[in-house]
Design a protein around this ligand. Sequence first.
Ligand code: ATR
Length: 270
Amino acid sequence: PDRYAVIGNPIAHSKSPEIHAQFARQTRQALKYERLLAPLDGFAATVADFVREGGRGMNVTVPFKLEAAALATRLTERAQAAGAVNTLLFEGGEIVGDNTDGVGLVRDIVQNAGVALAGKSVLLLGAGGAARGVILPLLDQQPARLVLANRTPARAQELAAQFAGSGAIEVATFDGIAGAFDVVINATAASLSAEVPQIPPSVFVPHTLAYDMMYGAAPTAFMAFAAAHGAQVRDGLGMLVEQAAESFCRWRGVRPETTEVFAQLRAQLE
Ligand code: ATR
């Protein structure tokens, strides 16, 4: 069978092998998907070995997404915009770098949650790699407004400037965010430390979808905050499954069904 892998450090916790094994079974694709622990100073060498052994593609996770972008001989437009690669394809001597995170987020919001982004007001919190990775796919949905806010305002300014040619992005400080939004996306790392970005609760109205790119057994601190102010909430588990589906589709040319895989992962978390 064709070989694929997820590469990272650490990697033991990755759910990708399980997700892709289910996609393969469901679509009857003969493939093997493994975990690859690369030494922190040995990403390129580990990739080279895998390619030499006939590997066809890889998912890339922390802390190698930037290195993967540098290693690629060709980048898709969305990987270039993200400045990071979560999906590698080895084809015809080329190393193609793609990024499926942003499309995964958009698909989870629009298809799975049934919340449109076109013509809507969207607030994106954060200015690190997670935020950068989703800006282009969000702009592609043609929201009426995309507001980018970050704890350190200069980073939001800088990030927005990089997308000047791709669409209009407004920049705001946390306490300067005005009005309510249809969708509020938390792309900060605050949930990792059970913290909440210090934004005004007036961004939430009853139809607002408050989306945290993190996930876990319990709602994140951001989700609890948003729910307490009346918003609808969703965590990032669906984004995880959808980015995997997009990678699988890119490698195999078949789009797997995600509903059941999502339900199983959710059940395992609880
Ligand atoms: P990542 O690649 O996960 O996005 P990063 O580049 O370290 O990681 O960025 C982390 C993001 O989370 C930043 O936007 C950071 O805000 P600052 O730029 O002000 O540091 C944000 N962040 C982390 N902890 C936060 C907190 N407690 N409240 C608000 N924002 C937080």
